[in-house]
Write a protein that binds this ligand. Structure first.
Ligand code: NDP
Length: 483
């Protein structure tokens, strides 16, 4: 009997996603470059009892074991390994077969691979997967982009294996043509960076300015997780803060070296934001902070030169904590607004037609950024698919207005205390820039015209204009003119 689906690449993600599909009754054939992982996976499936997994150690056998049209999910290291794997697998595949790359991939690579496979008639889907090891096993968020008719053949499998949200269904759905799924996953990760940085900043204030104990801070996050801030990242923050260290006494979090790592998707988001001309200060600040955190030795040296300002002892802790909560939520809305604007810009540029309410729906379960806020975001974009920016949605704009005073007090407190809050402040800056009818960009335009003759538009007349700003300009033949 042949298998419903093949899974090639059996590291953390592949192994768990194979078992996930098998435990929903799909017959899965598994393969991997080094064959020991095939044995491990088959053994794990046996240990779990009910799951139909078949191992194949040679590529030809792996492909031969699949029902046509063959469906192969690959979960190998992103980049070159994906090209190598596709080339080996496709040698034994036929027109109509489908390859799904589930890795964190830079979207142009998926577009190129789809083009390379087109002459062979093989369909290619680039599908972001979020939820880590646990999600892959028990229900991830799946973000597929590729040919719709190929996706439709996979939908029955993916809809069973994805995270299930009672009100909105499985966290998978067709996002658009090839590249769009990887793009949405990349931005998901950028938003994840922003959310994590916002939480870190709030933690920093509670720890450094308010001098709260870990357990007290954890209690606060637990409390917040019952409110509009309800989210996976808030939930795990509480758990991270409470974890006692087995090796020495005290808490694990206090022993961890303060250098944040990264694998690249956050950087891609910021590169893309610049490329598409979309402001993303909250996520960019998260990236900057990780970069600075990595320079631990330099920071240690700098800390000997510069001291922190003294902290005001008369601070009202309860009030500051309330303010932090409001600031965190308002900042989070701004961060999602940036991420969704970025997806919108790419979707317009590449004619993907990505439905932003569908993005929000796919993120409601299984993934790292799952959060109650996504309910309101989905609502906002289903009410108005052409909404210019999340901030101007009727419901969310009110939530922001209510929180603005607390948000400003929080950023002010950080500033006077010498606690960097680039993401809280980046969000507030985004808001304060976006909400203003008139900006000092008028002066920027004047300067550009002054030194580079770049011209400017006026508020009172149509057309483009140039000014001879000084006598020196006139001396070289410059004149005031409409151009
Ligand atoms: P890794 O990214 O660690 O990749 C290891 C796998 O890639 C192994 O199966 C390895 O085979 C295979 N591999 C490496 N080079 C080659 C090659 N040249 N040819 C064939 N196979 C190769 O695995 P993960 O499970 O962590 O991640 C898989 C994908 O999913 C990645 O794109 C990752 O970014 C993404 N992802 C990971 C998440 C996570 O939490 N880990 C979460 C979401 C997405 P071998 O055993 O022979 O060395």
């Amino acid at each position: 009997e042949k298998c419903d689906v093949g899974l090639y690449g059996l590291a953390v993600m592949g192994q768990n996603f194979a078992l996930n599909m098998a435990s929903h009754g799909f017959k899965v054939c598994v393969g991997n470059r080094s064959s020991s992982k095939v044995d491990t996976t088959v053994q794990r499936a046996k240990n779990e009892g009910n799951v139909p997994v078949v191992g194949a150690k040679e590529i030809e056998e792996f492909i031969a074991r699949l029902n046509k049209p063959r469906k192969v999910i690959i979960l190998v290291q992103a980049g070159k390994p994906v090209d190598q794997t596709i080339s080996k697998l496709s040698a034994f595949m036929e027109p109509g077969d489908i390859i799904i790359d589930g890795g964190n991939e830079w979207f142009p690579n998926s577009i190129r691979r789809a083009e390379d496979l087109t002459p062979k008639g093989i369909h290619f889907i680039g599908m972001g997967i979020s939820g880590g090891e646990e999600g892959a096993r028990n229900g991830p968020s799946l973000m597929p982009g590729g040919p719709k008719q190929a996706y439709d053949l996979l939908a029955p499998i993916f809809e069973k294996c994805a995270a299930q949200v009672s009100r909105t269904g499985p966290c998978v759905g067709y996002l658009g043509p090839i590249g769009s799924g990887n793009y949405v996953k990349t931005v998901h990760n950028g938003i994840e960076y922003g959310d994590m940085q916002l939480i870190a900043e709030v933690y920093d204030v509670m720890k450094t300015v308010l001098k709260m104990e870990n357990e007290e801070i954890a209690d606060q996050f637990a409390e917040w997780n019952k409110t509009e801030l309800d989210s996976y990242l808030i939930e795990i923050t509480e758990k991270c803060l409470r974890k006692k260290d087995d090796m020495t006494d005290g808490y694990v979090v206090d022993k961890i070296l303060d250098k944040a790592g990264m694998k690249g998707t956050g950087r891609w988001t910021i590169q893309e934001a610049a490329e598409r001309g979309v402001a993303a200060p909250t996520m960019a600040a998260a990236l900057d902070t990780r970069l600075l955190s990595a320079r631990k030795e330099e920071r240690v040296a700098a800390s000997k030169i510069f001291s922190s300002p003294s902290v005001d002892e008369s601070i009202d802790q309860a009030r500051v904590v309330e303010d932090l909560k409001a600031a965190l939520y308002a900042s989070k809305i701004c961060s999602y607004a940036q991420g969704l604007s970025l997806i919108k810009a790419a979707s317009d540029e590449f004619n993907w037609n990505v439905d932003l309410s569908e993005c929000a729906r796919l993120w409601m379960g299984g993934c790292i950024i799952r959060a109650k806020l996504l309910d309101s975001i989905q609502q906002a974009f289903s009410n108005d698919p052409d909404l210019d920016n999340l901030l101007v949605d009727a419901g969310l704009s009110k939530e922001i207005i209510d929180r603005t005073p607390a948000w400003r007090r929080t950023v002010a407190l950080c500033t006077t205390s010498g606690i960097a809050c680039p993401s809280l402040c980046g969000s507030l800056t985004y808001f304060d820039t976006y909400r203003r009818e008139r900006l000092p960009a008028s002066l920027t335009q004047a300067q550009r015209d002054f030194f580079g003759g770049h011209t400017y538009e006026r508020i009172d007349m149509n057309g483009r204009f140039h000014t001879a700003w000084t006598d020196a300009h006139r001396d070289i033949g410059d004149v005031n003119q409409r151009v």
